[in-house]
Design a protein around this ligand. Structure first.
Ligand code: ATP
Length: 588
């Protein structure tokens, strides 16, 4: 299939933010795509080559791309850089430059989607000393044969700047319409996506096997399942009201959520955002198979840092020491952990997702043996408010941050946040009722003791509908000298020349960052704001939502991707949940 068809679709899609229109463009594109390349189209649409969990990254630097454009156009690097500075989008700059191409190519090969995809894939796989030259060669060979429009999209994919604003749900709507004739079938697609985390594979199945194929879709060992998430409650009373007569309570440990896929000695670990994190935990890889008594299994656990001498749980930050590429062996002995299991999702070739919680817990305790390193998360059955208060007290004393409450007779709902699971944290008893996980989008240079670091950060929520990061507050309190230092080290390499188009902010920061890092904040309340853009127009026309007295809790949420940050919807729910909404409205 010609790449020009895809480039033209991209062009149309970039020109609209309307979901219905986007869906329509996607349906047309899917209907014209041969079935054997539909998965590739779906990945490319999202600016990827493979599903995220495979960790395939293009990693092409701007400088290299500029050299390649210069090589294939014969136009000097300086001129390309000037053009880039004017617009701030290298893909766009390339298409303008290539219009003025001084070198002519005589034998122009047709460029197909297959060729672009294969070449990009080769580029992603290149490693070693000569890889830069080879990447250059591959990129300029594509640019030689590409039209200016095609070149601009090839570069955007290479640089990771393709932003069509297409949410996964929109892709699923379009797939359902194109291949089953009805948007109603999206539910089945969602299920398949939730258990495989691979939208390309789901597209391929519906294109080749129809909706029946999708309905039969099963868990694939070593493909991560999208995690089930919990709603929050503020008090024991609210929990009793929502959970009914008898339910389970487990400690909510403050570690890293890990999904363990195990078959014999082969173990792969995925984080909450489905990144392969096996290399950070060689101790889990080595020790977990000994505890498992099944041919294959998918488990969920909280990996928690431990004080070896006292057996106490340590806070999440201690796990940061594990996030390194080198000398991991040393970190393993210096910062020991335990694996605290709370669920089983698959066992001996069969899904466990449909089993009620109590059966899953029973199975877990049957097929995994506890030892020094592998434990079940402490659990009890709750029938009244006293029991919940007592269990909370025990949990807090043992170092947990609260409780997870789970309905006994409910299945595991992959990929959704619902009320079958509730979380009750001690800190919720603060005024706002919960902490928020926000994306760092901008920074302001510090003064006085904070000179040389970013003394204040500009933070954003995630807007799922538009795939953007609208600002919600500036935060300048809660930082220790150490955390300021650490944040500077992490954020400095993320500084961009121009504000990323996914950042929505009227405020001018001293520096803009790639929207990637997630930090945790608490605040006293949520108010309507004429400046901030989170949930703009949702509560009142012309106003967004902002946090009042935000404070950094000290937690850098390395295990969360920017798209896992608190969403506009969650902030709206918290806003509505505030008792003094009427009063807030007078605050602007
Ligand atoms: P939070 O910011 O509260 O950690 P989250 O957005 O990461 O929330 P939630 O579903 O809201 O995810 O809260 C559940 C998280 O709590 C899980 O992702 C997991 O890491 C952790 N956790 C700790 N103990 C448990 C448990 N017993 N059952 C499930 N999750 C647990």
């Amino acid at each position: 299939m010609e790449f020009s068809i895809l480039a033209e679709s991209f062009y149309k899609m970039e020109s609209t933010r309307k979901r219905l229109e986007l869906t329509q463009f996607l349906v047309e594109l899917f209907e014209n795509t041969p079935h054997d390349i539909i998965s590739k189209i779906v990945y490319l649409l999202q600016g990827k080559l493979r599903p995220d969990f495979e960790g395939i990254e293009l990693g092409v630097a701007e400088k290299l791309a500029i050299r390649a454009i210069s090589k294939s156009s014969g136009i000097p690097i300086k001129k390309i850089e000037d053009e880039y500075r004017k617009g701030g989008d290298l893909g766009q700059a390339a298409s303008i430059i290539l219009e003025q191409k001084t070198q002519t190519t005589f034998l122009v090969e047709d460029i197909t989607i297959e060729r672009v995809y294969e070449t990009l894939f080769k580029i992603a796989k290149l490693e070693g000393s000569r890889s830069q030259d080879m990447k250059m060669k591959y990129i300029s060979s594509l640019l030689n044969d590409a039209t200016p429009l095609e070149a601009s999209y090839i570069l955007k994919i290479l640089l990771g700047t393709l932003r069509l604003g297409i949410a996964e749900n929109t892709v699923m709507d379009a797939l359902a319409i194109a291949f089953s004739g009805s948007k109603e079938n999206r539910k089945s697609l969602e299920h398949a996506y939730n258990v495989s985390s691979d939208l390309g594979k789901v597209a391929e199945i519906i294109a080749t096997k129809g909706i029946e194929g999708v309905e039969k879709f099963e868990i694939i060992l070593f493909n991560p399942i999208r995690p089930m998430l919990a709603d929050r409650v503020k008090s024991e009373e609210e929990a009793m009201e929502k959970m009914g007569i008898e339910f389970a309570a487990e400690y909510k440990l403050d570690g890293e959520r890990v999904q363990l896929h195990i078959e014999g000695e082969k173990v792969v670990l995925f984080s909450r955002s489905l990144e392969n994190i096996s290399s950070y935990y060689p101790d889990i890889i080595e020790r977990i198979p000994k505890a498992v008594q099944a041919d294959n299994i998918i488990l969920e656990a909280e990996a928690v840092a431990m004080n070896e001498n006292t057996g106490e749980f340590l806070p999440f930050q201690e796990l940061m020491h594990r996030r390194r590429k080198y000398k991991i062996e040393k970190a393993v002995t210096q910062y020991p952990i335990s694996v605290n299991l709370f669920d089983v999702l698959y066992c001996n070739g069969k899904s466990c997702l449909e089993l009620p919680y109590k059966d899953r817990r029973e199975k877990l305790e049957k097929v995994v043996k506890e030892d020094e390193f592998v434990k079940y998360i402490p659990m009890t059955t709750i029938k009244n408010k006293n029991e919940i208060e007592d269990f909370m007290e025990n949990g807090i004393n043992a170092g947990s941050e609260g409780l997870m409450l789970k309905m006994m007779d409910k299945p595991y709902q992959a990929g959704s946040r619902g009320n079958y699971w509730l979380k009750l944290k001690r800190e919720y008893q603060n005024e706002l009722g919960d902490s928020l996980d926000l994306v760092v989008i901008g920074g302001f240079f510090g003064k006085g003791r904070r000179t040389g670091s970013y003394g204040t950060l500009l933070l954003a929520t995630y807007d799922e509908d538009n795939d953007t990061f609208p600002s919600i507050c500036k935060v300048g309190t809660g930082f220790s000298d150490e955390s300021l230092d650490q944040l500077y080290q992490i954020l400095h390499p993320k500084v961009t020349i121009k504000k990323n188009p996914r950042i929505i902010s009227e405020m001018e920061a001293d520096v803009w960052f790639e929207p990637e890092l997630v930090v945790e904040v608490v605040a006293s309340e949520i108010t309507l704001s004429p400046i901030h853009k989170a949930a703009e127009d949702k509560i009142r026309k012309g106003a967004g939502l902002a946090l009042r007295f935000p404070k950094f809790t000290g937690k850098i949420r390395v295990e969360k991707a920017a798209e896992d940050a608190s969403t506009n919807e969650e902030v709206i729910t918290l806003y509505r949940g505030q008792k003094k909404v009427a009063h807030d409205k007078n605050l602007i």
